[in-house]
Design a protein around this ligand. Structure first.
Ligand SMILES: Cc1ncc(COP(=O)(O)O)c(C=O)c1O
Length: 415
């Protein structure tokens, strides 16, 4: 029988602290840069501020807007700042959510219910997405009873707008483009998708979960970044994650709509129970208000110049990695990604074996099976790992060439 864990009597803080610290020893150390995504850290001073702000609102509940109107104001200000970044103008509205998945879920629910209200011929709704779109669409479709039509991408790994146009039918409620997508880091041609959306009178959702708080600043630095914001006619909604390149505490994302007529369908209202009217904008019920305060603090502490500086550091890390990786003759960068995600592979050496060697050397290793490639999702903090990584990569290549490496298929772990 397994040992009973729930103690008869409460334990001391010393006991608790030790146990938690022990669990931390089992983890990869994110500060070392060896976890290739999920480490959204800019600086020690920002981390301190995020923690302080989070604790100031530790006990309130973001569900209870009536009880905590001050908290609601912070949330509205976060949405407004996000809208300013994404060129939402006077009309855009939105909500804070628990993450990219919830933002996408809510956009899909809104699109489905908007279509139900406006299209009396609608039968089983579907969405048309590029093959590279995040699994959150299929997950949400599963819950919302919506079909998903996945469309192969072009040779440059970006959404194939013509093929998407051909896939749309009378039951399509939404098209999707990513800015950028997670697997290879490519921005889809949102302007072309916007034109198609207007032509077909269709809802276009832009998944800027990664790029929302990064791409506008990378563009300002002078890099080529195609428009994906509300400045593109035809864009109906945008998801942008505060807890990724917004650099704040989890759980925090935003879903924004071009205007209130679309957001109206996001709400869930119910009153057939003893406690009366229950109307919420999010899928979650009770919500951590610490994440709201932390997001407000992050946006305000960094400001435009802070996000610009963070974007510059991220692009500099990327360049340093590109230089180090392509200096090893075996490797090539896949495609032409614009932002913080990229992959690299090889025509002359088995990339699975290289990934296996890197894992043995203590790297968590992101891996993309289609096409087989090693994956990086960068933030400013990855400055710390570039030298060690390039050295380990070179050594791994030598080991593979010498036949010392494990040649079995890399066992991909997502999560
Ligand atoms: C492009 C994209 N969309 C959506 C998501 C889902 O975000 P979350 O994990 O915050 O739910 C991710 C996560 O990596 C993503 O990369």
């Amino acid at each position: 029988m397994t040992e009973k864990l729930f103690p008869d009597k409460g334990r001391s803080w010393e006991h608790i602290e030790k146990h938690i610290l022990d669990t931390k020893k089992e983890n990869y150390d994110w500060r070392s840069g060896r976890v290739p995504n999920g480490s959204f850290y800019v600086s020690e001073d920002l981390l301190d501020i995020v923690k302080k702000a989070y604790l100031m609102y530790f006990s309130e509940n973001a569900l209870l807007k009536g009880a905590f109107p001050g908290l609601d104001r912070l949330e509205k200000e976060i949405v407004q700042m996000t809208s300013e970044i994404l060129q939402g103008g006077e009309e855009a509205v939105g909500t804070m959510t628990s993450g990219g998945t919830e933002s996408i879920f809510l956009a899909m629910k809104s699109a489905r219910d908007y279509a139900r209200a406006n299209n009396s011929d609608l039968k089983k709704p579907n969405i048309v997405i590029p093959y590279t779109a995040h699994p959150a669409y299929s997950k949400s479709a599963h819950y919302l009873d919506v079909d998903v039509i996945q469309v192969p991408v072009r040779d440059d790994f970006r959404a194939d707008v013509e093929a998407m146009a051909a896939a749309v039918n009378q039951n399509t409620i939404m098209m999707v483009g990513s800015a950028p997508e997670f697997s290879l880091g490519m921005m889809d041609p949102i302007e072309e998708l916007g034109e198609l959306a207007l032509q077909k009178n269709l809802w276009l959702h832009v998944d800027a979960c990664i790029g929302g708080f990064l791409a506008p600043f990378v563009r300002k630095l002078g890099y080529r970044v195609p428009a994906f914001e509300f400045s593109v006619p035809g864009v109906t909604s945008i998801s942008a994650d505060l807890h990724k390149m917004g650099y704040t505490a989890k759980p925090a994302s935003t879903i924004l709509y071009r205007s209130a007529e679309y957001q109206e369908f996001q709400y869930f209202s119910f009153s057939k129970w003893p406690r009366g009217a229950y109307k919420v904008a999010t899928f979650t019920g009770s919500r951590p208000s610490g994440a709201v305060a932390a997001a407000w603090a992050t946006l305000t502490y960094l400001g435009q110049d802070g996000y610009l500086k963070a974007a510059e550091r991220t692009m500099d890390v990327r360049q340093a990695l590109f230089d180090g990786i392509t200096a090893i003759p075996a490797f090539k960068i896949i495609g032409d990604p614009e932002l913080c995600i990229f992959t690299f592979s090889s025509d002359v050496i088995d990339i699975n074996s290289v990934a296996n060697q890197l894992r043995q050397r203590g790297w968590y290793v992101g891996f993309n099976p289609e096409p087989p490639a090693i994956h990086w999702f960068l933030t400013p903090m990855y400055e710390v790992m570039v030298k060690d990584y390039i050295k380990d990569l070179k050594d791994s290549v030598e080991e593979v060439k010498a036949g010392k490496a494990d040649a079995k298929k890399f066992d991909v772990r997502y999560g």
